[in-house]
Design a protein around this ligand. Structure first.
Ligand code: AMP
Ligand code: MG
Length: 356
């Protein structure tokens, strides 16, 4: 190699080095100043948790984001909670007439979506299931220890059915064919709340965000390490504490995930477990070997509703329902007779699973 060639090679190496440093400095600066800000609180009878990855922490604090999130969730509860007697939904439920009932636009939107899922699932999902939920001791009237009489189940079931529910969005109003019809949005409201909080943050300029209400999650952008968010799916062991066992870890970015299961909210009578998920077609808690269902979707309201619907439908019918919702994937965890677990998932679910 001649002297002039080696000098020019050295210059090139030096230029690449300098250029590389110029490129890397801003990268490291952002990485260094990226912080994870956490906002927590209580809503819908559970805990919510928000993580915001940003270099604009001061701005986030100054904007009073925690109060804005809290207010948003209070509003949603005041429209959709059956535990609040003056909420829109409670007033609709107790209205002893069948005239059109004006409600908040958000409530009409969620009820419309819930009705569509009812239709798509052939009634496995049904937002009018409330009276049955109460009968089985999973609601504001408190728990029961013995399964109800068959006669009572038949009687209450006869007042349930999404076909008797009507929704209009302009102006937003609900209607019912029978005065006794009641709404219960327990299977979608958390997911809707998560979407609303995530949108609020996105609109405020924060695009790396994790929002969770009671296990229903939206993961936007990336985490503090500039990687997809890691979300655990629990092993559905009866009475396990939160986070006790991980069945899978998901890697999510700009996706939502919701999980429904029979392992936390249930009672036992005569050696049989009765879960809080009701099959509206039988009027009884679901009785299959599905321990939990996790659904990934583009938004959390969809993930939440589908996870509940799939608990009722089981794997065969459930996987068919997922095909009607592009962008959604699901995994069933099945409880085997020997208390081990196996799983069954839609084709694309595995793409989101962290490989060992
Ligand atoms: P999730 O935890 O999202 O599966 O929601 C469960 C809650 O949804 C229950 O506590 C009931 O309030 C309600 N629910 C139960 N069964 C159904 C069903 N088949 N369709 C719609 N909502 C239901
Ligand atoms: Mg749900």
């Amino acid at each position: 190699m001649s002297r002039s060639t080696s000098i020019s090679a050295l210059r090139t190496v030096a230029a690449i080095g300098v250029f590389g440093i110029i490129l890397l400095v801003p990268y490291y600066r952002t990485l260094k100043s990226l912080r994870n800000y956490e906002i927590r609180g209580q809503t819908m009878g559970t805990i919510y948790q928000v993580q915001v990855v940003t270099s604009l922490g001061k701005q986030l604090k100054k904007s009073g984001m925690d109060a804005k999130i809290d207010k948003l969730l209070v509003d949603i509860n005041n429209w959709m909670s059956t535990y609040i007697p003056e909420s829109d939904i409670s007033r609709f439920n107790s209205a002893g007439h069948t005239n059109a009932f004006p409600v908040a636009a958000d409530l009409a939107k969620v009820v419309k979506f819930a009705s569509e899922v009812s239709e798509a699932s052939g009634g496995a999902f049904d937002p009018t299931v409330g009276p049955l939920t109460l009968l089985w001791g999973f609601g504001r009237n408190g728990a029961i220890t013995h399964s109800p009489d068959e006669e009572k189940i038949v009687e209450i079931k006869s007042a349930v059915g999404y076909g008797r529910l009507h929704v209009s969005d302009a102006p937003p109003a609900l209607g019912k064919d029978v005065p006794g019809l009641e709404l219960d949005l327990g299977a979608v409201a958390k997911g809707y709340g998560v979407d609303c909080v995530a949108n609020l943050l996105l609109e405020s300029g924060y695009s790396n965000v994790l929002v969770e209400i009671g296990g229903e999650i939206v993961a936007l952008g990336y985490n503090q390490r500039k990687k997809s968010w890691r979300i655990s799916i629990e092993t559905p062991v009866l009475d396990a504490g939160v986070g006790e066992g991980r069945y899978r870890i998901l890697l999510l970015s700009n996706k939502a995930v919701a999980t429904s299961g029979d392992y936390r909210n249930y009672f036992k009578d005569g050696g049989h477990s009765y879960s809080h998920i009701i099959d509206p077609r039988t009027g009884r808690p679901v009785s299959n070997n599905v321990a939990s269902v996790s659904v990934i979707a583009d938004d959390c309201m969809t993930a939440d509703a589908l996870a509940t619907a799939l608990m009722v439908l089981g794997p065969e019918e459930g996987l068919k329902l997922l095909e009607k919702y592009p962008g959604s994937e699901g995994m069933f965890i099945i409880r085997n007779p020997d208390s081990t677990f196996s799983d069954r998932a839609s084709q694309g679910f595995d793409d989101y699973v962290l490989k060992p």
